[in-house]
Ligand binder design. Sequence first.
Ligand SMILES: O=c1ccn([C@@H]2O[C@H](COP(=O)(O)OP(=O)(O)O[C@H]3OC[C@@H](O)[C@H](O)[C@H]3O)[C@@H](O)[C@H]2O)c(=O)[nH]1
Length: 459
Amino acid sequence: MGKQLHIVMFPWIAMGHMTPFLHLSNKLAERGHKITFFLPNKAKQQLQHSVLYPSLITLHPITIPHVHPLPLGTETASDIHLHLTGHLATALDLTRPEVESLIKGLTPKPHFIFYDFAYWVTEIATELGIKSVHYNVVCAASLAIALVPDRNVPRDRPLTMEDNAQPPPGYPSSNVVFRGSEARHMLLLGMEFGSGLTFYERITTAMKLSDAIAIRTCREVEGNFCDYMSAQYNKPVFLTGPVLPDIDDNIPLEAQWAEWLGRFEPGTVLFCAFGSQFILEKDQFQELVLGFEMTKLPFLLALKPPSGCASIEEALPEGFKERVGERGVVHSGWVQQPLILAHPSVGCFVNHCGFGSMWESLMAASQIVMVPQLGDQILNTRLMAEELKVGVEVEKAENGWVSKESLCNTINLVMDQGSEVGCLVRKNHAKWRQIMVNQGFMSGYFDTFVKDLEMIMGT
Ligand SMILES: O=c1ccn([C@@H]2O[C@H](COP(=O)(O)OP(=O)(O)O[C@H]3OC[C@@H](O)[C@H](O)[C@H]3O)[C@@H](O)[C@H]2O)c(=O)[nH]1
C-alpha cells in the first residue's frame, strides 16, 4: 500500500447520500485508509452497524441546528416531507462553525474532504491545504443534463417547463432525456435550497469549487456523460465504479423469505421494491398490486404503506388477499434486497431504478422492469432501457399514472420465454452482468480511483 490517506466525509444529510458515502468509506478503509465521517446523531446510530472497519472509520456526530419551519429534532431528509428539504439545507449550512472547528482539530491533518451539498467546506479545505472532492451518488447523466454551467437557469424569474424542455448544448445523448411533462422534475433546479441560493447554484458552485469531481459510476456505462462533465467544469472527473457492498456470507437471507421463495420454480417469482424514499399514492399503490395479481405469477412486493395509510393491510384492494392467497406477499418492512435478488427463484425485479437498485439489478440474473418515480430514476431508466437495452420501462400516461394492464403487459413481455423483447434484454443483460461480476472489475476501478487521489494530492 502507498501512503495512508485521511479522508473526511461530509455528505448531504439524507440516507440516500450518507449510505453510499459509507460504502465508499468501507472500500477506502479496506485499503488501509482512515476516514472521519460527519453525520447527525440519529443517522450515526442507524449506520453504525454498516461500518466494516471500526478501527479506521470514525463516525463523528454533528448537531443539526433547528430551523423554522422544520419540526423540532429534524436531523435528516427522512424526518421531513420533500417540500421542506430546502430548509434542511439551511440547517446544513448552519453547521459550518462546528464542522470547521472539528476539521481544524483532526489529527493527522486530513488529506481530502469528500462532500456534495456543503459547498462551503471547500473554503475551509483551501485555508488548511486540504484537497476537496465533490462526490456524486447519482448517475453522471443526471448531473450532465441538469447541473452544468451551460444549462441556462435564469436568476430573475422562475424556471419554466420551456426552459427545461431541451438538454444543455452538447449534451451527449438523445435517449437519456426527460420527455414531455417529465421536465417538471427539473423545476427543483430553480427553487431555493438553503437560504439565498437555488438548488442549481448550490450544486454547481460546489462542483466549481472542488479540486476534482468524483462520480459513483463506470466508464463502460456512462463514459460520454463523464467526459461532458469534465469538459463543462474543466476539471478531472474520477470514477469510483458502482461501489456496492460485498454480500456478507455470514448473514443469510431471512428464513421466512428463504422458505417462501424456495416453494417456487427457478426464475418464476416477481420481486418488487421501490427504494427507501418514495411513498406511492393509495390509488397508484392499489393499481400496481392489482397489476401483479393480473400476471398470475408468484410475487413478493416490499413496499411502504401508501400515503395516508398506517399499514399495508389497510391499503390493499378489497378481496386481494383472498384472491392471491399464498401466491403473493406484500410486505411493508425492510428486506435484504441483494440477497433476495440472488435467490434462484426470482425471475424478474420490478423496481424504481434508484441508482443503488440500478446497479444491483445489473448484477442480478433476473429480468428488469422499471417504474421510475423521481427525476434521476427516470434518467437511470432511460440508460438501462434505451442505451444498454437490458430492461424494459413500464409505459405511463402523460400524468404519470401506471395502469395495472401496462405493468402486467410489461412483466409478461420480459417473462415470456418466446418474446423478442424478452430475449433481447435477457441477452444484453447477461453480457453486462458478465462484465460487472468479472473479478477485478470493481476493484480495478477502485485501485485507479485511489491512484487518482494520490495524483492530485501532490498538485
Ligand atoms: O426493502 C429494501 C429496500 C431497499 N433496499 C436497499 O436500499 C437501497 C436503495 O437505494 P436506491 O438508490 O435504489 O433507492 P433510494 O430510493 O433508496 O435512493 C435515493 O437515492 C438514490 C437515488 O438514485 C434515488 O433516486 C433516491 O430515491 C438499495 O441498495 C437496496 O438494496 C433494501 O435492502 N431493502
